[in-house]
Ligand binder design. Sequence first.
Ligand code: FAD
Length: 386
Amino acid sequence: MAGNTDFDLYRPSEEHDELRKVVRQLAEEKIAPHAAAVDEEARFPQEALDALVATDLHAVHVPEEYGGAGADALATVIVIEEVARVCVSSSLIPAVNKLGSLPVILSGSEELKKKYMGPLAKGDAMFSYCLSEPDAGSDAAGMKTRAVRDGDFWVLNGVKRWITNAGVSEYYTVMAVTDPEKRSKGISAFVVEKGDEGVSFGAPEKKLGIKGSPTREVYLDNVRIPADRMIGAEGTGFATAMKTLDHTRITIAAQALGVAQGALDYAKGYVQERKQFGKPIGDFQGVQFMLADMAMKIEAARQLTYAAAAKSERGDADLTFQGAAAKCFASDVAMEVTTDAVQLLGGYGYTRDYPVERMMRDAKITQIYEGTNQVQRIVMARNLPK
Ligand SMILES: Cc1cc2nc3c(=O)[nH]c(=O)nc-3n(C[C@H](O)[C@H](O)[C@H](O)COP(=O)(O)OP(=O)(O)OC[C@H]3O[C@@H](n4cnc5c(N)ncnc54)[C@H](O)[C@@H]3O)c2cc1C
């Protein structure tokens, strides 16, 4: 019987395996040593940015024609997964560079792509994504930020909230209402630059986890930008924003996968060292069963995530379901596995002397951003597999 060759598409190639080795080594040598301090001091992981830029891993998704590495969706997932395995805050660098710039790649004019992808690919600029607002989170189409046409310009006013890497990024994809009558079809997308007059940032949010990733409000106060900074046609911004999320939710699944794997790897080593009742706790079947369950869930999440990455790369019709499913499943797994890792370290796991409590705090965000897991279930229910 002929094999189902579709399975091959879910399996990393030799090149993907090679990439994983390179990223793992880089992550362990250059990023992991700073992860605890980045969390403790709630500071930007500059060492991670420098290491990722030096090895061209900071925005691997940028197509070759615009000066990028042209990595496919699975390669991008592997980079994010391996960085998140040691430091989730740092994994937001490649992840949000993709999130912020994908609207331009998917829907932008050739001029916009040429102008903005080059600096991103070189590591001279990062890209953020501005959809959420103080009163428009899950109901993103309820946004209030306005863009009004003025001759050859658009003038933007409003507040974007929870913007990852705000203040650090040079470029911002901003969704704004251009026709309030049309709700989601009256929303357009624009590229705003940090240096545009009228752009400013709020204080960094004080968060539970991913403390090294700056999250700030972005204020747009009469920001006047040339009309050719609109991404795609007027009124298509919300559709572009949602299409972007179909692809990038898989990168959140990758973060979840990475942090879960990091917690399992740590716990696996710990249970061999820690002795109680005269033997390593890893000899107890109750502990072994926990590790088995953790590994089983991670493997299921990995298969779903890699399958979704293959669908993203091919542009399959069921990508919306699969991307939401991968993000939702992998993030729930990350929360369970990191919580179990804390449990396996007992009292020590509950302290900052060990990395698993940071991993547990960091895992939580993957259930919330790019749409909460309730929102993922809404998305899946509306796009059930045929
Ligand atoms: C650290 C961090 C970084 C972020 N980065 C970015 C970024 O870079 N760019 C960006 O645009 N946004 C970003 N976000 C925003 C994020 O995507 C939103 O927080 C998220 O979409 C939820 O919106 P909300 O916080 O307003 O919650 P709400 O929408 O108020 O939801 C509150 C609760 O109600 C539930 N709920 C809401 N509606 C329904 C429904 N219909 N059915 C069932 N349950 C529902 C939610 O699931 C949730 O549990 C970030 C958020 C955080 C915390």
